[in-house]
Design a protein around this ligand. Structure first.
Ligand code: KG4
Ligand code: ZN
Length: 334
């Protein structure tokens, strides 16, 4: 029986990601192009520019990933593309390209949910988590807690009612005069802050439930900045207090989700999962609760093609049939 290899294509936002995954063997190759430089001067992702850049980059990235895997296109058994949620124009680039490539090769194409890609990303690591697990998904577009019983078996436990955690990082970073994307810059500024000078609220932790609300934290940051002034040390202290509030809020809800499900494993995925303070706090939680916590490496926390190739491989191997339609859904519940 020959190997099963799937090409993964990710174009939902501002990264063009391509990878080849082989069942039972792992990742064979990956290629990524970040559009950060394209959008930086606008302070956020410009959808039309994102679509155009995906069109420009995708063919060369696919060629590069195939060459790195030592494969010709006919060595592929399937093509997975991110079908949503995300920017519709950006999604359509990857969806149309992936569908057409699959058709020309006579192999199936599979439409992958972007968040499924994120939450399965820890399976790309050498010591993958066994099912079931609680997944904390913290990206620029989403903040969710999910009970994951297996591939395709996801139950939403709670989610943000307003801003996603990454969005709150990005907006607060902008207030503090930091560039885009703001998450990593805010985290770096927070390292120079003095803990304890300011205390931000821990939204929605004073009542039961697993939902989040992060939009108030950026408002809190704005008022604190107005009152305390914007000198370098004060801005660092605000960044520190903001990050501490987001981290502690996430930790409290993860603890609740672990206790409510009785699961012994926690998986952290999405761009904010790269945050060092969050990782340290979740490591401490895991020790205290006697559970294991799994993180993808930072490059697999943010958007990438590898997680899409993996999710596509698992879905195709499970016998998922795909038609000839091109699927792209800007909104798509997990
Ligand atoms: O998962 P991702 O790459 O894209 C989405 O699907 O949204 O997540 C991007 C988000 C951005 O909001 C970015 O600021 C945030 O993740 N982020 C971080 C860090 N690295 C990326 N936030 C806090 N600390 C970090 N180290
Ligand atoms: Zn993402």
């Amino acid at each position: 029986k020959r190997a099963f290899r799937c090409l993964g294509i990710e174009t939902s936002c501002d990264e063009t990601g391509v990878a080849v995954y082989e069942l039972g063997r792992g990742l064979l190759a990956q290629a990524l192009h970040s559009q950060a430089a394209v959008h930086a001067r606008y302070g956020g992702v410009v959808p039309e520019l994102a679509s155009r850049d995906h069109v420009r980059r995708l063919p060369a990235l696919v060629r590069q990933a195939l060459a790195e895997a030592g494969l010709s296109p006919s060595g592929l058994d399937g093509v997975a593309y991110t079908a949503g949620p995300g920017l519709i124009g950006a999604l359509l680039v990857g969806a149309a390209f992936g569908r057409a490539l699959a058709w020309s090769l006579g192999v199936p194409a599979v439409a992958v949910h972007h968040l499924e890609g994120h939450l399965l990303a820890p399976l790309l690591e050498p010591d993958p988590p066994a099912f079931p697990f609680v997944a904390l998904l913290v990206s620029g577009g989403h903040t969710q807690l999910l009970a994951v019983a297996g591939v395709g078996r996801y139950r939403l436990l709670g989610e943000s009612r307003d801003d996603a955690a990454g969005e709150a990082f990005d907006k607060t970073a902008k207030l503090l005069g930091l560039g885009y994307p703001g998450g990593p810059a805010l985290a770096a500024l927070a390292d120079r802050g003095r803990p304890g000078r300011f205390r931000f609220p821990r939204p929605m932790t004073d009542r039961p439930g697993l939902d989040f609300s992060f939009s108030g934290l950026k408002t809190h940051a704005l008022y604190t900045l107005r009152e305390a002034g914007g000198d370098e040390q004060t801005r660092a202290d605000i960044a520190c207090a903001f990050q501490e509030a987001v981290v502690e809020t996430l930790v409290i809800k993860c603890r609740r989700a672990l206790r409510a499900t009785g699961f012994r494993r926690l998986v952290v995925a999405g761009g904010v999962g790269a945050n060092r303070a969050l990782r340290e706090a979740l490591d401490a939680l895991a020790r205290a609760e006697g559970v294991r916590v799994h993180y993808p490496r930072p490059a697999f926390c943010t958007d990438n093609g590898a997680m899409i190739a993996l999710a596509g491989c698992l879905r195709l191997a499970a016998g998922e049939a795909a038609g000839l339609e091109v699927e792209a859904r800007p909104r798509w519940p997990v």
